[in-house]
Write a protein that binds this ligand. Structure first.
Ligand SMILES: [Zn+2]
Length: 284
């Protein structure tokens, strides 16, 4: 049936001599450190730690293999952990492209990827059993609320991608991170590479087993491109950031557009939609 449909398309295209360009299936991968198999202690997340680099690169390359095998045309990997210093063009999968540096509030989503994937992801701040769980900054941010709901990197980035009609199809990380994505995108494919018993205590797969699982699940995820729906948060949006106790908002904190000082270390940012609120937050 499917073969017939493909034959028909080829026939029509060849007779008309004009074929509508098939959109390229680009997968944009966001990497982090705390959700990589074998990483359970804080000092292991130093961006230039040799073991972290090896473990993360192995998982990234397994995911790239999987996405390509599942039908992706292109895989673009953003080195998303702490200053973009963990991945290297010398060891990244030869068929992947590497993004190094700060990518701003829109995360390049306006380039129109077919899908977004999280690799090595951790849960949001405060999650019980979340290995090194935090929301963007362990030291700086106590809590982040989106329209009153606690969120971390998973939900904000999934919703930002959704603002550009891009679905999140895949996540690898610890059990708590997997649950966090499934709560908002039940159809996403996930690879659970470790289980948190406590913040710094985990039961982890070996690097080899994690890579095998990631390759298989990434392939399955790529085959689901088009079936997984983008996750959207409709506007208007209020983003509330509560910083940790050693922080204090600067004198000018309330003077930025859409900003409202709640207390000395809590700010609320309003926007007509998530992209506006997030851009205002990042511009502060
Ligand atoms: Zn992170």
């Amino acid at each position: 049936m499917r073969l017939n449909a493909i034959c028909l398309v080829l026939l029509i295209c060849s007779s008309a001599m004009v074929c509508p360009a098939q959109p390229r299936k680009s997968v944009f991968v966001i990497t982090d450190a705390e959700g990589v198999a074998g990483i359970c202690r804080q000092e292991q997340t130093e961006p230039k730690d040799p073991e972290l680099r090896q473990l993360l690169t192995g998982e990234v390359n397994a995911a790239v293999d999987g996405f390509l095998a599942g039908g992706a045309d292109e895989v673009i990997v953003w080195d998303g952990h702490d200053g973009s210093q963990t991945l290297s063009a010398t060891t990244i999968h030869p068929k992947a492209k590497l993004v190094i540096g700060d990518i701003g509030p829109r995360m390049t989503f306006e380039r129109g990827y077919a899908a977004v994937a999280f690799l090595g992801q951790h849960a949001m701040a405060g999650v019980r059993g979340g290995i090194m769980a935090h929301s963007y900054s362990s030291l700086g941010i106590q809590n982040m609320l989106l329209n009153g709901k606690a969120v971390g990197e998973i939900e904000t980035r999934t919703a930002l991608a959704g603002s550009f009609s891009i679905p999140v199809i895949f996540l690898s990380g610890d059990r708590a991170a997997v649950k966090e994505l499934h709560d908002i995108v039940p159809d996403a494919v996930t690879a659970e590479v470790k289980e948190g018993l406590a913040r710094y205590t985990c039961i982890t797969l070996s690097a080899a087993a994690a890579r095998e699982l990631i390759r298989e699940k990434a392939s399955e995820a790529a085959r689901r491109i088009g079936a997984v729906k983008p996750y959207r948060i409709e506007g208007p949006v209020t983003l509330q950031i509560e910083y940790t106790t050693r922080n204090s908002l600067p004198i000018s904190a309330g003077s930025h557009p859409g900003s409202e000082v709640v207390d000395d270390r809590t700010i609320r940012i309003h926007g007509k939609d998530l992209v506006e609120a997030w851009t205002r937050y990042q511009a502060r």
